[in-house]
Structure formats: C-alpha cells, structure tokens
Design a protein around this ligand. Structure first.
Ligand SMILES: Cc1cc2nc3c(=O)[nH]c(=O)nc-3n(C[C@H](O)[C@H](O)[C@H](O)COP(=O)(O)OP(=O)(O)OC[C@H]3O[C@@H](n4cnc5c(N)ncnc54)[C@H](O)[C@@H]3O)c2cc1C
Length: 510
C-alpha cells in the first residue's frame, strides 16, 4: 500500500548536497524530508578531501570544527596536469589548506547534523516519478531493491522538491531540464583493493608496457586507477574483479593478485551543465546540476557550495519571508560558478593527458605561474575562493569584499572577542559597523540586526551588510564611499523576518 507523506521540501538524495541542504532548511524550521535510494550508507568513499572554500562556508554555520578535528591538512589545492603546485599560502581563505578526510565520513557528520536539526531521512526509497505545478510537487518513491520485505512505496507532497540525486538525476530528467555538454571520451577504472602482497602495488605511479597505474594509499587498502583499455558499450555496467585484474595485468605486464576488493568502478571525463537550476517548484543542486572530470577533487565541495547558497534562500521562500526574486538568485549565482568549474577541470584533464602537442601550453603556464603570488591566485581560481556574486551595486569597485565571502574577522563586539563567522552562523543578515563608524541610515531603521565592533584588519571598511550566507552585500568605506544605497541592498537580500521591507508573501503551504 502506498503511504502518503507531506513536507515543506522534499530532497532526493542523501549525498553531500542533499544532507547539507536538509540541515540548512531544517535549522530554519522548514519541514524537510530526504528520500535516499541506498538502504545503508555505502562502505566506499568516492572523494577524500574538503577544500578551503568548503571549510570557509562550513565555518559560517559553526560546522567546520568536527571536520578539522579529524582531517589531515595539506597546504595546497589538489590539481592535475598543472606545472606548478597550487600553494594556498597567502590565498584569500581562512583555511589555507586542503583537508584530507573521506567523503563517507563527511557524509556521516552531515547526516548526524541534518537529523539533529530535525530533518527526516527515508532510506531505501528511490524517487522515480515527479509532477509539479504552481501549487507544489508530488513525488513517488518506491523501495530501491523491489524485494518482498522492502518498505512500502511513498507518495510525497511538498511545496518544493530539490534534486540532489547525482549526475544521472531522476529529478532532472522527470522535470525535463536538459543536461548539455561533452560526453566522456576517456574512461578510467578505479579499484579500492587489498593486494595479496602489498609489495605488488606500493603507492605512486607505476608505468608498464600497457599504461600507467596510479596507486594511492588508503587506510587498510589502496586505490588503484588506470585508463580503461576497452570500455564496454555501456560504461555504467559493473566492473568485475576479473575485469579489473585483467586491466591491471595489461597495464603493468604482470599479474597482481587481489586478497579483497572494496569498490570497483569506472569513471569518465564527461562535462555537463543543467540548462537551468530551477523549473517552478523544482530545483537542482550538486552533481544533479553539473558533472565534470574529477581533476582537482572539487565535486563534493561544489555540491556543498550549492547547498550553502540555496538553503537560506529556499527556507525564506517556503516560510514566505523572502524578498521577490531571492530564489532565482540561486541559479544566477551558482550556474556561472559551475561553468567555471567545468572549464577548469576540463583544462586540467587535457593537460593531464601528457600530450606532447600540449607541452608549449604547459611551458607557458609554468612561466606565468612561477611569478610571485601566482600559485595562490591559481588556488583561489581552482577552488572558487575568488567567487564574487553580483550585488547590483552602483560602485562595485568601492571595496574588494563586495560580493565575496567576508573574511572571518577577529572582532571585539558586545564586550567580547568574537569571530565574524560566529555572528554569521546565526543565519540572519547582519550590519556590522566598524571602529566607531556611525550607523548608516537604512538598516538599523529597517530592523536589520546591527553589531558595533572593533577590528584591527577592517581593510578600510566602516560598515558592512552581510547576507545570511556571509557574503558581503554592501560596504561603506572609512572615507565615505559606498557601494550603493543601503536601503536597496536591504530590500534585495533581507526578508520580512529580518526587518527588511519586502512585499509580504503568503506562506506557500499550510
Ligand atoms: C572516483 C571519484 C573520486 C572523487 N574524488 C573526489 C574528491 O576527492 N573530492 C571531491 O570533492 N569530490 C570527489 N569526487 C566527486 C564527488 O564524489 C561528487 O561530486 C559528489 O559526491 C557530489 O555530491 P552530490 O550530493 O551532488 O551527489 P552524490 O554524492 O552522487 O549523491 C547523490 C545521492 O542520491 C542518491 N540517489 C540517486 N538517485 C536517486 C533517486 N532516484 N532517488 C533517491 N535517491 C537517489 C544516491 O544514492 C546518492 O546517495 C569524486 C568522484 C569520483 C567518481
């Protein structure tokens, strides 16, 4: 029998995007349900890192600490095929390192957090049908394995549905959102395996007569990756232990006996971007909206960025307190960011081919990137640390922080030392006046939370308006320049509950 469930927001997929989004929504009091195809959290871990941008964003939610406590920092951004290391020293981040931590552990921590905020998670249910109209969405999810003791199907009615269901997103397909781009031209095999003799596959690249095998050490096993010499007609078909062992032998010219395998798979270098991130009451985030070559290990991180950007906007829209057009700024901000990710990962994948025709390009890059400051600028570009959202400002040049995530300033406010991220983590727009500057007209009057603070590193700023995600929406400098009318910025980003003055909108669902 089909069970009927309701939620303000239905999320398909409990990967990094779905879990962080659920936490963001639930923390704002939005009734949030995730349906996840897998009955259990998978044993394997696809990614193994959180980058500086993710850590900066998680810190704006008071969430970086559990990851920092477990991960291992390395002082550069991961990259492939580039002639210099993308050193994070001097880059615009509060976390100038990449944190080595398994994606499976990242998901575990995010899941605990989402559930603690009040989100519901229904595992073992695959969303397979979705309808939507001006009033809401209706989804059908059935037991993923179809066995007799499977849980019963559910029909979920929700005001909004978000597809966080990965690169082959059912939500995207059901909504008819196109996914144009370039198909995979190269396929790689990946094996998380335990060699019978660890001496057979020590860490490092191993080149044999049939190709190169890259071996990375992992706790209790190794990750071996190599070009698939003969991808099948359906590259998504399972990779058997025999197929993987044959490919290893073909590359190395010698057999490698496996004592165990944890995960065997194949991945390609396709790059695709959703035509739009929203169709009425359906939205996409994470791999459902963009896929790209894994070069640079940014996938988890871009998924988290999407969720961080969407959460507060969707919450306010559902609760009826968002200013007009707020939800559409999600796609307007995140789709161009994904376009850059696709371009940068494709460039790395090309350079990683070690094609002699590309040697002059690599040499030119080496010349350019050897200049002082260039490695940090490279890291900022690869990780999106230079992300600057359009703020509709009249004088965008008035201050370099405009549109960017404000740095995690060390402040003295309300009689104590406090980091700016701690103030942002309260999820409300924030007007900060610095070093005795007068409170500007507009925000305090409109009721936006205002904090008077002292800061030794204000970078010429006298007052800042921050969005709930920590991005700088408006700045006045100490010499009196400002990036436009504060009232316009308040009207654009702040909702009714923040004291802003949008047109009141009815709560969309009872
Ligand atoms: C080999 C490899 C290595 C990688 N290494 C890194 C790395 O080091 N760093 C990094 O940042 N990224 C890495 N990535 C990329 C990263 O794993 C993905 O970009 C990331 O997982 C995307 O997160 P997501 O939440 O958007 O989607 P996913 O993690 O794919 O989550 C989607 C979820 O939706 C579920 N689902 C799918 N369909 C349905 C449905 N119809 N109904 C319900 N649930 C559904 C799935 O079971 C899954 O749990 C790597 C990828 C690969 C393939």
């Amino acid at each position: 029998m089909t069970r009927s469930l309701t939620a303000d927001v239905l999320i398909a997929g409990a990967g990094p995007a779905g879990l962080l989004l659920a936490a963001e929504l639930a923390a704002e009091g939005v009734d949030t349900l995730i349906v996840e195809r897998d009955p259990q959290r998978p044993r394997r871990s696809r990614g193994f890192s959180l980058n500086a941008r993710s850590l900066d964003l998680l810190a704006r939610r008071g969430l970086a600490a559990p990851f920092l406590a477990e991960g291992h920092p390395v002082p550069h951004a991961p990259s492939v095929g580039l002639p210099v290391t993308a050193d994070l020293h001097g880059a615009a981040t509060d976390h100038p390192f990449t944190l080595g931590i398994p994606q499976s552990r990242v998901e575990e921590i995010l899941e605990e957090h989402a559930l603690a905020q009040g989100a519901r998670l229904l595992r073992g249910h695959r969303l397979h049908a979705l309808r939507h109209d001006a009033e809401g969405t209706t989804a059908l999810a059935t037991a993923a394995d179809g066995s007799a003791d499977s849980p019963s199907p559910v029909e979920v009615s929700a005001a909004y549905t978000v597809g966080c269901d990965g690169g082959r997103s059912t939500v995207r397909k059901q909504t008819g959102i196109g996914f144009p781009g370039t198909p995979a031209t190269t396929w790689h095999l990946l094996g998380d395996i335990v060699p019978a003799d660890p001496g057979d596959l020590p860490p490092g690249p191993h080149t044999g007569p049939g190709g190169t095998v890259l071996v990375l050490p992992r706790p209790g096993y190794v990750r071996a990756m190599l070009t698939d010499p003969a991808p099948p007609h359906d590259p998504h078909s399972p990779v058997s232990p025999a197929l993987f062992a044959d490919a290893l032998e073909h590359a190395l010219g010698r057999p490698v006996r496996m004592a165990d395998h944890i995960w065997l798979t194949r991945f390609g270098d396709a790059a695709r971007l959703a035509e739009r991130y929203r169709d009425g009451r359906v939205l996409l985030a994470g791999d459902a909206a963009h896929i790209h070559p894994p070069a640079g290990a940014v996938g988890v991180n871009v998924a988290l960025e999407d969720a961080h950007n969407l959460g507060w906007k969707l919450a306010r829209t559902v609760l009826g307190t968002a200013p007009d057009g707020l939800l559409d700024t999600y796609g307007a901000e995140r789709r161009p960011a994904a376009e850059r990710v696709l371009a940068h990962t494709r460039a790395q994948a090309l350079l990683g081919r070690d094609d002699p025709d590309l040697r002059p390009l690599a040499d030119l890059l080496e010349d350019l990137l050897s200049r002082p400051g260039a490695p940090a600028a490279l890291a900022e570009t690869l990780l999106g640390l230079d992300t600057r959202h359009p703020m509709g400002a009249e004088d965008p040049g008035a201050h370099p922080w405009l549109g960017r995530l404000a740095p995690d300033l060390d402040l003295v406010a309300e009689g104590r030392r406090v980091r700016l991220s701690e103030l942002v983590s309260r999820r409300r727009p924030l007007l900060v006046t610095l070093n005795g500057a007068d409170a500007p007209d507009g925000a305090r009057q409109a009721g936006v939370r205002t904090v008077d603070a002292h800061c030794a590193a204000a970078h010429g700023a006298a007052a800042l308006l921050l969005r709930p995600d920590g991005h700088t929406a408006w700045v006045r400098t100490a010499d009196g320049r400002q990036t436009g009318d504060l009232r316009n910025a308040v009207a654009r980003w702040c909702g009714e509950s923040d004291g802003g003055a949008p047109e009141p909108t009815a709560r969309l669902r009872a």
